[in-house]
Design a protein around this ligand. Structure first.
Ligand code: DC
Length: 210
């Protein structure tokens, strides 16, 4: 079975950084699936059609992995728009095959998102659910945004994270939930090196490497 590593978790949990490092270490391709929803959300925002479900489904169907620009999609606005379109089953369905095809590559892949272990790759041999307390995630995201020149306050960032958590976990279609067989990694008290070491340990154990 190809080595598919599914990493899920809420916003700013550190799952993206972990996924990138794990992929680099194991020389596996990596897909940040949040970027897909962000790209659809931004397309709809730009067209003034965020409330238009059919337009968001059409945008999802037209999405091309090769044209994704992660830098342009990182902002808080893109994240909020992503969370809105991601609640629509038609958008999720339109992005399903693309994610499945990425995961089915020879040799394996690392995918991170909200529903990788539950919906996209339910048979993945390694599943991690990365989380941290909302206050810790807000603090991390706040620092990241400030470093990029944003003037958002910590309170706004925390409110945004709570709102996204509620929307991502409360939606009917593929809500954010830990897969039963996923290993829970709470990074509240871990720095990135400690979190990475813990994640690699899980990968080794799950792949029989002890
Ligand atoms: O991981 P992120 O912050 O880039 O994700 C942005 C939004 O996209 C998030 O609020 C929920 C949605 N998302 C999703 O529903 N399913 C995924 N697999 C990835 C992201």
């Amino acid at each position: 079975m190809p080595l598919v590593i599914a990493i899920d978790g809420p916003a700013a949990s550190g799952k993206g950084t972990l996924a990138r490092r794990i992929a680099q270490t194991l020389a596996l391709p990596h897909l940040d699936t949040g970027l897909l929803y962000r790209a659809v959300g931004v397309r709809c925002l730009e067209d003034g059609l965020l409330d238009d479900e059919a337009a968001s489904i059409a945008a999802a169907r037209m999405l091309d992995l090769a044209t994704l620009d992660p830098e342009a999609l990182r902002g808080a606005e893109a994240g909020a728009a992503a969370s809105v379109v991601a609640a629509r089953p038609g958008v999720r369905a339109a992005l399903f095959d693309l994610q499945r095809a990425f995961a089915a590559r020879d040799g394996g892949a690392v995918l991170d998102g909200r529903d990788i272990g539950t919906v996209i790759c339910p048979d993945a041999p390694v599943k991690l659910f990365v989380t941290a307390a909302p206050e810790v995630r807000a603090q991390r995201r706040f620092k990241e945004l400030a470093a990029r020149g944003s003037d958002q306050t910590l309170e706004t960032v925390l409110a945004d994270i709570r709102e996204r958590d509620a929307r991502d976990s409360g939606r009917a279609s593929a809500p954010l939930v830990k897969a039963e067989d996923a290993v829970l990694l709470d990074t509240s008290k871990l720095d990135i090196e400690e979190a990475f070491a813990a994640a690699m340990w899980v990968v080794r154990v799950k792949t029989g490497g002890g």
